[in-house]
Design a protein around this ligand. Structure first.
Ligand code: MD3
Ligand code: FE
Length: 251
């Protein structure tokens, strides 16, 4: 398998066993003491026991697997609150074709005005603000990856289901390209394609799973990228969906 992903992450576990991030547990009562067991090789079944990685895919592109896991419930709840105020909607490709990905956004009025889409005139309401927990986390991700000056003004949400993909593209509509983009994956896994500065450059395949974070900055900010059609599946938190959150400074 030449996809960068699960295999390399889990091979580094000392037990050598293939570990899933689900948790198996049982309890029993023993002379009025409640005894609590986690089943598994050592304690590695606990999601919190798997350390995040720090992988520089290319200069400026840092993958931190599992970094969002300890706060995944909080982040998902914060996103759901935003989506209640700014519902997911369909979008179109630059060529006007319908895209399968459902999207929504939050952020400042300035960012909203910069992004306002004449093709989607029904969206007139200003965006809700970026929830505090998400803003704080995105700043910490950027600092870790070497971008302490990151000041996002918006967060864009993508939701995928089985069969939905995102074609190869560049993100070049933001004003200040010295600002990185921070991306968080939640829910079903996907295979992410990371290319070069030309659309036709060969791409690297990267498995992105629940809780993975990537920071895109510096010389990697303009790399072409996309997502292969999602495999059907069920995730305990997100059901049949994969969500991706991208924090940006757009205005
Ligand atoms: C690489 N989203 O919303 S996030 C997008 O998984 C987008 O939904 C994908 O591409 C998704 O524009 C990928 C990762 C991402 C975001 C920005 C990048 C990768 C990037 C900018 C430069 C290079
Ligand atoms: Fe993109």
């Amino acid at each position: 398998m030449d996809t960068v992903g699960r295999v390399s992450r889990f091979q580094s576990n000392p037990s050598g066993a293939f570990l899933k991030r689900s948790r198996a547990q049982f309890c029993f009562a023993f002379s009025s003491l409640l005894v609590y067991y986690e089943i598994g090789p050592m304690n590695l079944f606990s999601p919190l026991a798997i350390e995040p990685t720090y992988e520089e895919l290319f200069p400026g592109a840092v993958l931190m697997r599992g970094l969002a896991l300890p706060q995944d419930v909080e982040f998902f709840a914060a996103m759901q609150k935003v989506l209640a105020l700014a519902p997911l909607h369909n979008t179109a490709t630059p060529g006007g074709l319908p895209m399968g990905v459902m999207v929504s956004d939050c952020g400042t009025p300035e960012a909203f005005r910069r992004r306002w889409d004449p093709l989607n005139p029904q969206i007139r309401k200003l965006w809700p603000p970026i929830p505090r927990v998400l803003m704080d986390f995105s700043l910490r991700c950027a600092v870790r990856a070497g971008f302490p000056l990151f000041r996002p003004d918006s967060c864009h949400f993508n939701r995928y289901h089985a069969g939905i993909k995102l074609g190869i593209h560049q993100d070049r509509h933001e004003c200040d390209l010295t600002q990185p983009i921070v991306s968080i994956s939640l829910g079903l896994e996907c295979i992410f394609l990371l290319g070069g500065m030309q659309r036709t450059d060969k791409t690297k395949r990267i498995l992105l799973e629940h809780g993975d974070v990537i920071v895109w900055g510096g010389p990697s900010r303009m790399r072409f990228h996309g997502v292969l059609p999602l495999k059907p599946g069920h995730h305990p938190m997100t059901g049949p969906y994969r969500y991706n959150l991208t924090f940006r400074k757009v205005a």
